[in-house]
Design a protein around this ligand. Structure first.
Ligand code: SDX
Length: 428
């Protein structure tokens, strides 16, 4: 294979180097295109544009493959734990027993949030969406822990901020929920594991202890693993772009949280449940909603379906679907939403509209059904996505900064008015 691409513009031939990744993906490096030809490329939504090389996560959308640092998602979801996967994504290798123990202890010991942050909670209206609270308070962490760090020089300080984020975000998330319920806030307990601690902060009441169910803990841990990273998705690209200005890690993560909230991205898991409830309330007429999703004049979309990269099954959706059945059976829950979701999937996957467009269930299609079975309220679903994606955002930010990547600043093609003279109407 030639390791250059030729671009012929106005009769002149420009040679651009071709780059091939470890999984055989190929790219034309257009880094010098504008200098040589004055042309740039255009690619709305970056559907064909690679923003970076990365060694963290690989996914093959055609084959439905996803791996973190080379380990298949199926193996990690089955055998690993969320904190071990977080370590793998952030530091590049699975931890030794000793490294893991230190990592886990450091996180456990930093789960408390500065008491002054509680005053910020009091400023929110009681019906504040927890994603808005999470984004605001994660940004506030940049004020409580000012940091102008270079991960190549300030390794220990960088790791401290990473541990602080992994430790404090679950506390902030649980507090956002308790605040929205008008319940007293629960504090983290060092004797509890990562997921146990979060569930206890979410559901313990002064009037009664929260009984930690190991099945619920396992299901939550697996869901967090499945959400942990996903190459250059919208929110990760936001973290990288924001982080490329060398703003603090907390601020870059806060930008990612805001981006994830969108209904086309992480906000879809809440939209899926609301869609399933609408279909149930409307008599469970699945065919009607499949028809609406296909109707160009109808803004309705089958939430949880389709993906920018996966043109086959999202491997995470497959794992979550199996887990759905197991968790609901173990907990003795019969959720009509699961049956409607399965009927919807069946109807869509045999419909030419979805087949032609290669629209399959994505990670958000079944996850809300499990979250609901675990007792997580609907408006916390995207917060759960953010807690899962946190190590991936951190890993991607760290890779970008460690490689001293330049500040991200895309070009554009101007299509507005050409030069015209100002007409003074005496507004001064
Ligand atoms: C996540 O990028 C990631 O990796 C994201 C994520 C991660 O882990 O970070 O995987 C998490 O965000 C999952 C996606 C969650 N969003 C949803 O479930 C929302 C519903 N899905 C879509 O809106 C859509 O599929 C996107 C946003 C996911 C992808 O949009 P694209 O790649 O821009 O595709 P498109 O909107 O151009 O759609 C292509 C065609 C269009 O039809 P035509 O114009 O060609 O006739 O497919 C149609 C769309 O109308 N289409 C749908 C559809 N999704 C796409 N039609 C009905 N229902 C849908 N869900």
């Amino acid at each position: 294979m030639s390791n250059t691409a030729q671009i012929i513009l106005e009769g002149k031939t420009y040679e651009m180097p071709v780059f091939e990744g470890t999984e055989g993906e190929k790219a034309i490096d257009i880094g010098k295109l504008r200098d040589q030809s004055s042309y740039i490329t255009l690619d709305s939504g970056y559907k064909n544009t690679g923003a970076t090389k990365s060694a963290i996560t690989f996914l093959d959308g055609e084959l439905g493959i996803l791996s973190y640092r080379g380990y298949p998602i199926e193996q990690l979801a089955e055998k690993s734990t969320f904190l071990e996967v977080a370590y793998l994504l952030i530091f590049g290798e699975l931890p030794t027993t000793e490294q893991f123990a230190t990592f886990k202890t450091n996180i456990t010991r930093r789960t408390l949030v500065n008491e002054d942050m509680r005053k910020i909670f009091d400023g929110f209206p009681v019906n504040a969406h927890p994603m808005g609270v999470l984004g605001a308070l994660s940004s506030a962490l940049a004020v409580f822990y000012p940091s102008q760090i270079d991960p190549n020089k300030d390794k220990a300080e960088t790791e401290l901020h990473i541990v602080r984020l992994l430790a404090k975000l679950p506390t902030i998330a649980a507090w956002a929920y308790k605040n929205s319920q008008g319940h007293p806030l629960n504090y983290p307990k060092n004797k509890l594991g990562y997921c146990e601690n979060f569930l206890n902060m979410m559901f313990a009441m002064p009037t009664e202890e929260y009984d930690i169910d190991p099945d619920i803990v396992d299901a939550l841990d697996k869901l967090l693993i499945l959400h942990a990273d996903h190459e250059q998705n919208c929110s990760t690209s936001t973290v990288r772009l924001a982080g490329s200005s060398q703003v603090s890690l907390y601020s870059a993560i806060s930008a990612g949280i805001s981006s994830l909230w969108g209904p086309l991205h992480g906000g879809a898991n809440q939209e899926v449940i609301e869609m399933l409830e609408e279909i149930i309330a409307d008599g469970g007429n699945v065919e009607k909603y499949v028809a609406k999703a296909k109707d160009k004049n109808d803004s309705f979309r089958l939430m949880g379906f389709g993906h920018r990269v996966y043109k086959n099954f999202d491997p995470r959706a497959k794992i979550i679907k199996v887990s759905c059945d197991k968790v609901l059976k173990k907990l003795g829950i019969n959720d009509p939403a699961l049956e409607v979701a399965k009927k919807l999937e069946e109807a869509a996957l045999t419909d030419p509209y979805f087949i032609e467009r290669k629209l399959y269930p994505n990670v958000d299609f079944y996850s809300g059904i499990i979250y609901r079975a675990l007792g997580i309220p609907t408006n916390m679903f995207t917060v759960m996505f953010a807690l899962g994606r946190l190590p991936g955002w951190i890993a991607q930010w760290k890779e970008m900064r460690e490689e001293n990547q330049p500040i991200g600043r895309p070009r554009q093609i101007y299509t507005g008015y050409t030069k015209r003279d100002y007409k003074d109407i005496g507004t001064r």
